[in-house]
Design a protein around this ligand. Structure first.
Ligand SMILES: O=P(O)(O)OC[C@H]1O[C@](O)(CO)[C@@H](O)[C@@H]1O
Length: 448
């Protein structure tokens, strides 16, 4: 099988013209070049561009060794982080693991649980209750080291771990992934002697999945990070500015979505027909939403899991306001095989499917949905992934990252900052009476 991701925009034609797309080829090329020559906005955050081709064998080996050490010590690992500090790992781990991973016995790898991505009190209490009596470790990921959600969860989990195994052992079960030289987590990790990994200065959180931020948890889950990086490196080459527009799927995707946006298609829905891809969509939402939603413009990024959501959001997609387009991640081949059995009584009337693969039914649902949605006025982009393995997922991650950078430049925004995220933080700190926010506290309390 040809293990290469394919992009099909044929079902957007009719809503936009091939000529409109071709007219944007030069601009897309210019934007791609601007990423590579560092002449565009946010050019101090372009370190992700060459991560796949520049990561060394020694770096990968070090990550694999740390993963092995944690696997030997811990039956559970809590991954603490929010946004780009956890979505990439979770996206890859979920897409490549058994759907019932946490229920598997005789495990070779720890159960991975997540914390620091919400402030739910019940969530944390229930997590602590689950961890009681289990040998657990913590990977704490925060580039800034000051994000409230992970800092709070880490404080609680670290205290629990130290109470259970003592400070001396706890430090061998905690890994910190943070800034190279600054920040609260850096200082704490240095003082306490935790194993540290660096998030490079020039890589933003949402582009960090191919740094230790993603690679360590992914390796810990038993996934081949060398294959993941190899897939990404392949896509790095295939989306380079020297690759002609007609073959450059990152440029084509970036142009197509911007042309649709110009035609009033302001919402992009990422759809999948495989439940393992749910967190790929969560990762993608942050990547595109945080990169493009600024200066009062940008496509709104939504996601659906089909066929489940065809029985809920399907109605809206088919007949609601015509301001949407769909991008479907289609997995060509499942990893397993299951055929529909014959049933003597055939009360459900499904014998016409007997002997057929379940995936055949899924594919017909996918095709039927595509045609129905296109008929209903929803342009459709298809991203075909040959199969769910580390090499293909590596390609997918880099494809979306590269296209996002190009797309942001086409839109005219800085795709590497996120100034809007500060507004809620400022209000929350003011409401919490955080030292340094006295004036804001006074002002906000007058509004209540
Ligand atoms: O890694 P950090 O600094 O804790 O940030 C986590 C997330 O929070 C944001 O900075 C937004 O607040 C995201 O861009 C980032 O992925």
């Amino acid at each position: 099988m040809d293990k290469v991701i394919k992009l099909d925009i044929s079902k957007t034609l009719g809503f936009i013209n091939q000529a409109d797309i071709n007219n944007q080829a030069a601009l897309a090329k210019k934007c791609n070049e601007a990423l590579h020559d560092g002449s565009g906005k946010g050019n101090d955050f372009l370190g992700w561009l060459n991560l796949p081709s520049s990561i060394t064998d020694a770096e990968l080996k070090d990550i694999e060794d740390t993963a092995k050490a944690l696997q030997a010590k811990c039956e559970v690992i809590v991954l603490v982080g929010i946004g780009g500090s956890y979505l990439g790992s979770r996206a890859v781990i979920d897409s490549l693991s058994n759907a019932f991973d946490w229920l598997q016995r005789d495990r070779k790898t720890p159960v991975i649980l997540y914390a620091g991505n919400n402030i739910g009190e019940d969530y944390l209490v229930e997590l602590l209750a689950y961890l009681k009596g289990k040998s657990f470790g913590i990977i704490n990921i925060s580039k800034s080291g000051t994000t409230t959600e992970p800092a709070l969860a880490f404080r609680i989990l670290k205290a629990e771990l130290e109470k259970t195994v003592g400070k001396g052992e706890a430090k061998h079960r905690i890994v910190a992934i943070t800034d190279a030289a600054r920040g609260a987590l850096f200082t704490l990790a240095t003082k306490e002697g935790f194993k540290k990994y660096v998030i490079p200065d020039n890589v933003g959180g949402r582009y960090s999945v191919l740094t230790p931020v993603g690679l360590l948890p992914i390796a810990l889950a038993g996934i081949d990070i060398r294959q993941l990086v190899a897939g990404a490196a392949y896509m790095e080459k295939e989306t380079a500015p020297a690759v002609p527009f007609g073959k450059n799927i990152a440029e084509i995707y970036a142009v197509t979505r911007n042309e649709l946006y110009k035609k009033g298609k302001k919402i992009e829905i990422l759809a999948n027909f495989n439940p393992k891809l749910h967190y790929i969509a969560e990762w993608w939402k942050q990547l595109y939403g945080e990169s493009e939603g600024k200066e009062n413009k940008g496509i709104f990024n939504a996601a659906v899991d089909f066929t489940a959501d065809l029985h809920s959001m399907g109605q809206w997609i088919q007949e609601g306001e015509r301001s949407i387009f769909e991008t479907v991640i289609s997995v060509a081949q499942p990893n397993e095989t299951l055929t529909v059995p014959t049933d003597e009584e055939n009360l459900d009337g499904l014998n016409f499917l007997a002997g057929k693969r379940v995936d055949f039914v899924n594919k017909m649902a996918e095709l039927g949905t595509q045609l129905a949605h296109v008929d209903g006025g929803v342009p459709n982009i298809k991203v075909e992934v040959p199969k769910l393995d580390a090499y293909c997922i590596g390609q997918l991650l880099y494809f979306f990252e590269k296209a996002c950078g190009i797309s942001g430049y086409i839109l005219g925004v800085n795709p590497f900052d996120q100034p809007g995220v500060e507004a809620y933080k400022k209000n929350m700190f003011a409401l919490l009476d955080k030292p340094g926010f006295e004036k804001d506290s006074e002002a906000i309390k007058k509004r209540l």
